[in-house]
Write a protein that binds this ligand. Sequence first.
Ligand SMILES: [Zn+2]
Length: 117
Amino acid sequence: MQNTNNKGSTDSSFQWVTIYKAENTLEANIVKGLILTAGIDCKIKGEMLQGALGEIPFDQAQVSVQVYAIKERHARQILVNYQQVKQSAPDWVCPNCNEHNGSTFDFCWSCETLKND
Ligand SMILES: [Zn+2]
């Protein structure tokens, strides 16, 4: 007779784990977009603490990106690529609206101006 006392081992695969602590909401959304593009469910934790975008300095935010534990390894591989891109290409400021854009954006996230005007 077998005891099924191993419940919980499956549940832990579906707990949210933090894979990235972003500098701000903007960066968190960049990372989130990359992970979602790879087909991995993810969410941003702490975003609502920041309130409305625009007036509040980005550096006030404590934002982390979370994925299910079962996807953690895959997501971290994506982050490695992201951080290499981030180092090789600087962030840029939109010439149209002066918004600060991450290097992985080809278009301004705010007004959709093309990066290379
Ligand atoms: Zn813009």
